[in-house]
Write a protein that binds this ligand. Structure first.
Ligand SMILES: Nc1ncnc2c1ncn2[C@@H]1O[C@H](COP(=O)(O)OP(=O)(O)OP(=O)(O)O)[C@@H](O)[C@H]1O
Ligand SMILES: [Mg+2]
Length: 265
């Protein structure tokens, strides 16, 4: 049995890495071999390359994953831009087929693979493909991380609506990147509002963790990791089989990626 999912967010900086790390630590505690992946990480100092990929490094640590950084973060790019733009600036061509190859290798050697996107769902990964295209190509269900602020209902519903057209959405995790402000009425009402208006299960909330130790992440991840969530992550394919062989060909269906490209032209 294998489990995997793609962790996306309503925006950059919403807590995808923390949620992924917490889930990874909780899965490790259950005795599973956890592989992690950040297919394209930006803002990696050029002199450090993959070593400077902070998300990938944090995920690897939380998952106790010893897979080489080349598999965990196939593309480590310098400028803090969307991956497609950061790659263009660096003269790098991001190939979905290469990401698929790394993912398959991780899936072969681990029980679970957690893949963290960059930014939100429609962030351009290549000139033609978005993060959603990548999740669809990898045939992964999505988990959406959302930040508990005013606006989260709209951001979550938009993300779920677009994603649901092309892949399975496991749910939304309501996260607190900053300490809870009880005086903010939106913060108090958002969880109930998401249950009411967002058509997928709500997980969490993941509280603000003052301490990001392995113990704290494991405890927080264990509270998130319900049987339902784990069941949703179960791959209905035999180990590593079934991932679209035609990686690039599978991308681009359903979502109008052209406007993104036109906008950049
Ligand atoms: N629940 C939490 N408790 C404490 N700190 C948090 C929590 N969630 C997020 N943070 C902090 O908020 C910041 C943004 O979180 P994180 O890096 O996980 O976002 P992200 O969605 O992965 O961003 P990116 O798009 O850059 O990958 C980080 O400094 C992180 O440590
Ligand atoms: Mg991150």
């Amino acid at each position: 049995m294998k489990w995997a999912c793609f962790i996306t967010g309503t925006d950059t900086g919403v807590g995808k890495t923390i949620v992924t790390a917490a889930l990874a630590a909780a899965l490790v505690q259950r005795g599973l071999r956890v592989g992690v992946m950040k297919p394209a990480e930006t803002d990696c100092p050029p002199e450090q390359g993959r070593e400077g990929a902070h998300d990938a490094q944090l995920l690897r640590w939380a998952a106790r994953c010893t897979a080489p950084l080349e598999l965990v973060v196939p593309y480590a790019l310098p400028l803090p831009l969307a991956p497609a733009l950061s790659a263009e600036e660096a003269g790098v061509t991001i190939e979905l087929a290469e990401i698929v190859r790394c993912y398959r290798e991780l899936l072969e050697t681990h029980d679970v693979v957690l893949v963290e996107g960059a930014g939100g769902l429609l962030v351009p990964l290549t000139a033609q493909q978005t993060m959603l295209d990548l999740a669809v190509t990898l045939e992964l269900p999505l988990l959406v991380v959302a930040r508990n602020v005013l606006g989260v209902i709209n951001h979550s519903c938009l993300t779920v609506a677009v994603a649901s057209r092309r892949t399975r959405v496991l749910g939304v995790v309501l996260n607190h990147p900053v300490p809870l402000d009880e005086s903010d009425p939106a913060v108090r009402r958002n969880a109930d509002a998401l249950r009411r208006w967002c058509p997928v299960p709500l997980y969490g909330p993941l509280p603000h963790l003052a301490d990001l130790s392995e113990e704290a992440l494991t405890a927080a991840g264990s509270r998130l990791l319900s049987a339902k969530l784990l069941e949703g992550m179960a791959l209905d394919i035999a180990e590593g089989e079934g991932i679209a062989a035609e990686a690039a060909a599978a991308a681009g269906e359903g979502i109008p990626t052209e406007p993104l490209n036109d906008a950049g032209a």
